[in-house]
Design a protein around this ligand. Structure first.
Ligand code: HEM
Length: 397
């Protein structure tokens, strides 16, 4: 998964949770007991070494908005847009109105942990005369077995991830950024998702996805020595300290899934549904013992269990920081739910993260019977901008 996390225990993610990262990432959000008292006033600074929206726990709401530059925009247009967008994102993240195009929709709300994260798609570089500076790591993702991708809801020049703990705050940011882009870039696709609302559970916990699984437990931990090497790029120049975001809209075949008995659902993942503990024993945070054999000689974590096939140990060490959100968009024409996971994973290089893992999952993961990858994107997420600077400045100035 990718989860949905709420900041906690296992450092989860799927969604949201980068637990241990909270403090380091400077989130002011977590109110003492469950978070609600400070929900509105919690603020995440826009400026800093990293862009916001990578290390913070996933918020209750997300909007992904991907824009394409208009043909006449060019590099100058892109530079002006990134300046304007960065200035707006910084103001909104601090709970101030935007300097222009503010429609006052979120007038009564605090920043609610708003983060705005910008990424550049491969197609942006040709349109701005920057093809020579397109990083190798931004090469198109390969096709994977079973992909059913809708290109109209994939790819795109400029990726904007807007997260906050309040839907109106998210919408306000979206509208302001969209109106600022007018004449320079047009919306190509968007997706709306959600995670756990802070305070919904008695104590902060790793979130659950729409299949009901505790999702995000075994994410790389910010405290581990190789965390930065796993998540953040060491070049080229303008990308040093940035990251690569892989996006997949993954529909869940929930009618099939929900009819599967719980013990079979657990075998598909390799973890218990109730508390996320590995089937090899222990609690949620106990390391998975992939070698453990049951008394009857079978593997405790099945050969095709999701956590086995996805584990770094079988993938040459490939790892990524999953920070996804759930989505639900009503019903499809056949009556099945149009719902699933907006999978978002950050890594230093997709060739050592998402790609080798998804190659194995697409072939050997028993979870893949219950999933359809319907859209895809890969974006270079530059490092954060210092006070007074804008995202992408070292590339665009
Ligand atoms: C682990 C669900 C797609 C990579 C997990 C876990 C769950 C889960 C429940 C166990 C808890 C945890 O460690 O987070 C799902 C669902 C998916 C999905 C519902 C699709 C809707 C993917 C994809 C990738 C991926 C597309 C990457 C290509 C991983 C990794 C782990 C993991 C690396 C940790 C494995 C370990 O080292 O223990 N997923 N997953 N997942 N998933 Fe997924």
């Amino acid at each position: 998964g990718a989860g949905l996390a709420v900041g906690a225990v296992g450092g989860g993610v799927a969604g949201a949770r980068v637990g241990a990262a909270d403090a380091e990432a400077g989130t002011a959000a977590t109110g003492a007991a469950g978070g609600t008292p400070s929900l509105g006033s919690a603020a995440v600074p826009f400026h800093g070494e990293r862009q916001a929206g990578i290390l913070q726990p996933a918020q209750a709401r997300v909007q992904l908005a991907v824009f394409d530059l208009v043909p006449e925009a060019g590099r100058d247009g892109l530079r002006r847009l990134m300046q304007a967008w960065s200035a707006t994102a910084a103001r909104l993240a601090a709970g101030e109105p935007a300097a222009e195009f503010d429609n006052q929709v979120a007038l009564d709300a605090g920043p609610c942990s708003l983060t705005v994260t910008f990424g550049f798609g491969a197609s942006l570089f040709d349109k701005t005369g920057l093809a020579a500076r397109r990083p190798e790591a931004l090469s198109p993702l390969p096709d994977f077995p079973g992909d059913a991708l809708d290109r109209a809801r994939s790819d795109g020049d400029l990726w904007v991830q807007i997260g906050a703990d309040d839907a109106l705050v998210v919408f306000h940011a979206l509208r302001t950024l969209q109106r600022q882009a007018s004449g320079t870039a047009v919306l190509r696709w968007q997706a709306t998702g959600f995670g756990r609302t802070p305070g919904a559970t008695e104590r902060p916990m790793t979130g659950r996805n729409l299949m009901g699984q505790v999702d995000g437990t075994n994410n790389p931990k910010p405290s581990s020595p190789d965390f930065a090497r796993t998540v953040f790029a060491d070049g080229p120049d303008w990308m040093t300290g940035g990251s690569y975001a892989v996006y997949r809209r993954i529909r869940m075949l929930l009618d099939n899934w929900d009819n599967l008995p719980t013990d079979r659902q657990e075998r598909v993942i390799g973890r218990r549904k109730s508390d996320g503990a590995p089937l090899s024993g222990g609690t949620e945070t106990t390391p998975v013992d992939l070698a453990k054999v049951n008394p009857d000689g079978t593997l405790a974590v099945a050969a095709d269990a999701h956590v086995r096939v996805a584990a770094p140990s079988g993938n040459g060490g490939a790892a990524m920081l999953r920070r996804g959100f759930s989505y639900q968009d009503g019903l499809l024409p056949d009556g099945s739910p149009d719902a699933g996971l907006l999978f978002i994973a950050f890594q230093a290089d997709p060739a050592r993260g998402f790609v080798p893992v998804q190659r194995r999952l697409a072939r050997g993961d028993s979870l893949s019977r219950f999933l359809r990858h319907e859209a895809s994107g890969l974006y270079a997420v530059p490092p954060g901008a210092p006070e007074g600077g804008y995202v992408g400045q070292p590339l665009l100035e």
